[in-house]
Ligand binder design. Sequence first.
Ligand SMILES: Nc1nc2c(c(=O)[nH]1)N[C@H]1C(S)=C(S)[C@@H](COP(=O)(O)O)O[C@H]1N2
Ligand SMILES: [Mo]
Length: 309
Amino acid sequence: MYRFKTDLKYSDITPRTDFMNRRQVIAGAGGLMVAGSIGGTAQAKMTGVKSAYSTDEKVTKFKDVTTYNNFYEFGTSKGDASRYAHKLTTDPWSIEIGGLVNKPGSYSIEDILKTVTLEERIYRFRCVEAWAMVVPWIGFQLSDLIAAADPTGSAKYVAFETVHRPDEMRGQNNPSIPWPYVEGLRMDEAMNPLTILATGMYDEELPNQNGAPLRLVVPWKYGFKSIKSIVKITLTAQEPPTTWNQISSREYGFYSNVNPDVDHPRWSQGSHRVIGGGLFASRQTTQKFNGYGEEVAGLYAGMDLQKYF
Ligand SMILES: Nc1nc2c(c(=O)[nH]1)N[C@H]1C(S)=C(S)[C@@H](COP(=O)(O)O)O[C@H]1N2
Ligand SMILES: [Mo]
């Protein structure tokens, strides 16, 4: 599925399985190597304690999760991130936490990792483009970091910003997107125990193409809310601007909860394709809040989700 209307191709209105299969065949036959240190010994181990929030559904293959990506900082095709993300320097890395907090500051990844407990969270992951995966993330609850920064009473939203380095991220020279990539959550969404900052997956450090060294994961929202390679977290009183909403506000709302009852203007959100399912895999029915309604439906009580999509 292409995000930009101008990119619309025939394949958008037909099943994409043929396209997917071709990519898989190419990857298999050519022995495609993922850029960076994936699969080698350089990738450091990173494990986390098991969590009751994990699904027991079949986990997507590591190879699929690391080669079929959306990370427009490296280009708009699914293979661009695995091809070019090794150019991003992720060490050293620091994250600035500020805005409406009593304890603003800049922290290195190492500092942050010393203060949190890493957990394994196996989550369903649903992209707005109607495909899905199941990913075993390693991370910690965003609520831990926010609590440590001590928000003031007027903080109502949390804004996130991705690193801006056009020299290392070739896609940031694409002028149709306002860089840096920004995202946001309402405070109660950010504090929900399901919302994590991931630093790893599959018991390894997060690969660059998946948002190293630190990315957000919000499993009941469309994938674009899960912003990668974060350098800045700001607590605000007003709803912060978000990249896809700025690009096309009638297609991508601030909330972007997974919702089969609200179709994208150009395609249905009622079902999705499972990545790695193969050529003949049937589509799956999309669940409201991606199946996490028990944990999060209460956040939206009384809200018109057709309006606040
Ligand atoms: N900074 C940044 N974060 C991003 C994106 C992006 O282009 N840039 N793409 C989003 C989209 S659309 C999806 S579906 C997920 C994909 O995550 P994955 O590649 O780890 O599966 O990352 C999200 N986070
Ligand atoms: Mo996405």
